[in-house]
Design a protein around this ligand. Structure first.
Ligand SMILES: C[S@@+](CC[C@H](N)C(=O)[O-])C[C@H]1O[C@@H](n2cnc3c(N)ncnc32)[C@H](O)[C@@H]1O
Length: 454
């Protein structure tokens, strides 16, 4: 039997060194830990959370190491010891500590050099047995859920944090377990008070969604801090996506303090408020009355000022932007942010003729540049070409040569969000205004479209 264990130990070592060569060293350590520590099989399929059912006691081989040699010992036996976050319940003698080793650890397999070092470290060359008590509180949320979900049901692992709210997107097969999933998330996420699941996909113009509270309080008014600015809003009524934080920052960093910004689909202000705070002159707009309310609230909360509007985006461009540009000095730095990825490209048709000579008496070389950041999704095979073609269709001519289509993030396996940036050509702005845009001039709010993402 001892011989068999010895052979198994050697095999494991050979396997580990193969994996190491293939770059999988850590995977072995994690796998070993998972096997030893994972919750009792009896919790599988549990419908009502029974935290006590996770308690288990395990016995492990351990080395008794003088406290002062602990660091060197752990380094020397890095691959043979268990990197565990669970505490041993076997009390260690004074000035010594038990170090738990992998279950198959055998001193007979330790090479000569290491044995010599053990002597130097004053470590007794003897294997002890210790007990570890593992409880529900020791596990991470995905470990608990992986143990509970019946075979064949994928455990939920990802979620988005929006202040005290945790937002999950449960698969149909996970929904029967929604309350237990919610409770486990509440238990394991510090400061979380509410867990919600999307009751349906984002299906309206305002990009918010119906929520199903699966655990905790029904409180949707939340506070988020993004790059040092505070945003408060009712998450059930407005759009917020924490995954856009990097993109918000990228644009905020890029726009200089002496700029004038028109944020056409401003939401509760993640572009507008930091830009106003930075010193830019900001015109922020959102059609959703709730977003507008929280946008104004957030401006106050962050002790800054901006010009807020509650208009349809096209109307905002045709009135506020057009009015401003008509009299703005040539050197003005004007930026237009259009982050409504499902439809923003359609709104580009507000620009042809926006400053036609019937409206303004200035020559095109006297007009300031209008820099556009227009967001859109694409699931086409050639995504860049798709974005360019749709934008050109709305502008009535090809995009200027100096345009950029930047990949912002992956939305789903085949779909990405892009940012199209360019300086709006003056000939587009100053061409005679076309009046035959009948159907498309209708505000988007009046014609909600189905969309499955944000
Ligand atoms: C994707 S969110 C972007 C919000 C914010 N700019 C951000 O980056 O998080 C789009 C916003 O456009 C607003 N919206 C939708 N249709 C609109 C329209 N026709 N005119 C103006 N705003 C609109 C929605 O209410 C929503 O707040």
């Amino acid at each position: 039997m001892r011989n068999l264990f010895h052979k198994l130990g050697l095999l494991r070592k050979q396997f580990a060194s193969c994996l190491k060569m293939a770059g999988f060293e850590n995977a072995v350590v994690v796998k070993r830990n998972e096997d030893v520590f994972k919750p009792p099989e009896a919790v599988r399929g549990m419908k009502v959370l029974d935290r006590d059912a996770f308690t288990k006691s395990i016995k492990l081989p351990a080395m008794l190491v003088p406290s002062r040699s602990l660091q060197r010992f752990c380094k020397l036996f890095k691959k043979d010891r268990l990197t565990s976050r669970y505490a041993s319940t076997t009390p260690s003698p004074e000035d010594k500590r038990y170090v738990a080793m992998v279950p198959e650890f055998d001193l007979e397999n330790v090479d000569h050099l290491k044995m010599e070092e053990l002597k130097e470290l004053n470590v007794e060359q003897k294997l002890h047995e210790i007990t570890m008590d593992i409880r529900y509180e020791h596990y991470k949320h995905f470990e608990i859920l992986a143990a509970i979900m019946p075979n064949g049901v994928t455990p939920n692992s990802g979620f988005e944090r929006v202040g005290h709210i945790v937002h999950v997107n449960l698969l149909e097969e996970q929904k029967p377990f929604k309350h237990i999933i919610g409770q486990v998330i509440l238990d394991t996420q510090k400061t979380a008070r509410t867990v919600v699941d999307k009751a349906c996909t984002i299906d309206n113009t305002y990009r918010n969604f119906k929520m199903d509270v699966i655990a905790g309080e029904e409180d949707f008014i939340t506070t988020v801090i993004e790059h040092g600015r505070r945003f408060q809003f009712d998450y059930s009524k407005v759009f917020w996506n924490s995954r856009l934080e990097t993109e918000h920052m990228r644009i905020i960093d890029l726009i200089t303090t002496d700029s004038i910004v028109f944020d056409v689909f401003a939401g509760v202000g993640p572009f507008s408020i930091p830009l106003a705070k930075k010193g830019c002159q900001v015109y922020a707009n959102d059609l959703n009355a709730e977003s507008y309310k929280w946008l104004c609230h957030n401006a106050k909360l962050n002790k800054t000022q901006l010009n807020a509007f509650n208009l349809d985006g096209r109307e905002f461009i045709e009135s506020e932007l057009s009015k401003f540009v008509r009299t703005a000095p040539k050197e003005s730095k004007i930026f237009v942010i259009m982050n409504l990825p499902g439809h923003a490209v359609d709104f580009l048709d507000a620009f042809p003729g926006l400053l036609s000579t019937e409206i303004t008496n200035r020559a095109d070389n006297e007009m300031p540049d209008i820099n556009i950041f227009c967001y859109t999704f694409s699931a086409a095979e050639d995504k860049i070409l798709d974005v360019e073609t749709r934008a050109a269709g709305r502008l009535g001519q090809n995009l200027p040569e100096l345009h950029k289509v930047r990949d912002v993030r992956k939305v789903s396996p085949n779909k990405d969000q892009f940012c199209l940036s360019f300086v709006m050509p003056k000939d587009i702005l100053m061409q005679p205004k076309s009046l035959d845009r009948t159907d498309d001039l209708e505000p988007q709010a009046k014609k909600p479209r189905l969309s499955t993402d944000d």
